[in-house]
Design a protein around this ligand. Structure first.
Ligand SMILES: [Fe+2]
Length: 377
């Protein structure tokens, strides 16, 4: 069959760059409406519209979305196949500026964008923003040594960054046993011959070797110090890390515009007291000047201008609703009554993060499909 138009593709890395640069982006998402409502590309200047391809694949007149005539726009689907067909159809009809997003939402959800947060003794702190899923991870670098906190499973993307910056990873640390995404912590540590640290209270069923990290422990990375600060409530082991008395990695206990949820619905009653204690007492004892760096964000409203996600602890005590519920009973209800649905495949994700199962790469990607659901607003 004669092919009228060559379909132009855009890699997710380039699309993400445009979003982080604040460019105006128009996206036509051709997945089913349920999938779209559950999870979509978001960004400050992103205009994203949905119409399933099945509705206009036989007749382009049935396309109700008003796609731009003269500006570039991007078609996305789940894995990049349907979007390619849709883009071809649009290109055949004379839309010269249409691009299909390579690998679709799945690839987009795996992209990590490194952003420099600030300086450290002898080095720098970077936040890796997984914009397609709302996960945040961190690289602490000082004098060529590095530590990674809450690594995601796409460890090749950290490796690319580490190779370009000549950083040698010594430590890989998780704030808690994750249930919403597969941790890259253990594989990352193995690959770099680094130590992998986990809070022991989260690790009782973990099947591989790890090092315990507990309240008050300190890890030296070059001239920088990471101090462990026990902060249970999301999980029983959840531990925060204070870096150089400037930064506070909160894991999934405290976000910018929301607070953590007890990670397993069955434990909500047990853990809500811990959550209260951490947020209303333990964190209050810390310097309010600490810059809070969470492991997730829920909405792009929480992003700073440069796409990073952070805020001073003192500011969060002024603005974050979850930190301002005086009455304990009311707090208990706010947490118990607002538990969002469990993340997709959370049981399998937990088992994977405990080394109890080791699914193939493709299976791991499927398990992570969908948004993160860690927070309570
Ligand atoms: Fe979590």
């Amino acid at each position: 069959m004669l092919r009228l138009s060559e379909v132009k593709n855009i890699p997710v890395k380039e699309l993400a760059k445009k979003i982080f640069n604040g460019e105006e982006i128009f996206i036509l998402d051709v997945r089913g409406t349920d999938a779209f409502d559950d999870w979509k590309v978001e960004g400050k200047n992103v205009d994203v519209r949905n119409q399933p391809f099945s509705e206009f694949k036989d007749d382009l007149n049935a396309l109700e979305v008003d796609v731009p005539k003269d500006e570039p726009f991007y078609v996305i689907c789940a894995k990049g196949k349907t979007s390619s067909m849709a883009a071809e159809k649009l290109a055949d009809a004379g839309y010269d500026n249409v691009y299909s997003v390579e690998g679709g939402m799945q690839a987009f959800s795996e992209h990590l964008e490194p952003i420099e947060i600030g300086s450290l003794a002898g080095g720098k702190l970077y936040q890796f923003v997984r914009i397609g899923k709302g996960c945040l991870s961190y690289l602490i670098e000082s004098n060529g040594e590095g530590a990674i906190i809450d690594a995601n499973r796409m460890i090749n993307q950290y490796d690319e960054f580490l190779n370009n910056t000549n950083i040698n990873i010594k430590y890989v640390i998780d704030t808690h046993l994750h249930a919403d995404h597969i941790s890259g912590g253990k594989p990352m540590a193995d690959e770099h011959d680094a130590d992998y640290y986990l809070p022991p209270k989260d690790a009782s069923d973990v099947k591989f070797e790890y090092k315990s990290i507990e309240d008050g422990d300190e890890i030296k990375v070059g001239d920088t110090t990471i101090k462990a600060y026990y902060s249970p409530g999301h999980t029983i082991g959840s531990t925060s890390y204070i870096v150089d008395d400037q930064y506070l990695m909160t894991g999934d206990i405290l976000f910018i515009d929301s607070i953590g949820r007890p990670d397993l619905a069955g434990k909500a009653e047990d853990w809500v007291g811990d959550l209260r204690e951490t947020l209303y007492s333990r964190y209050k004892k810390l310097s309010q000047e600490l810059l809070v760096l969470p492991a997730h964000y829920m909405s792009i409203e929480e992003m700073n201008e440069d796409g990073s996600v952070s805020e001073k602890l003192g500011q969060l005590y002024k603005e974050n609703h979850g930190l301002n519920i005086e009455d304990e009973d009311e707090f208990r209800h706010a947490v118990a009554d607002n538990l969002p649905p469990q993340p997709n495949s959370y049981e399998d994700i937990r088992k994977t993060n405990m080394g109890q199962q080791n699914p193939e790469d493709e299976k791991q990607r499927e398990m992570e499909t969908g948004p993160n659901r860690c927070a309570i607003r």
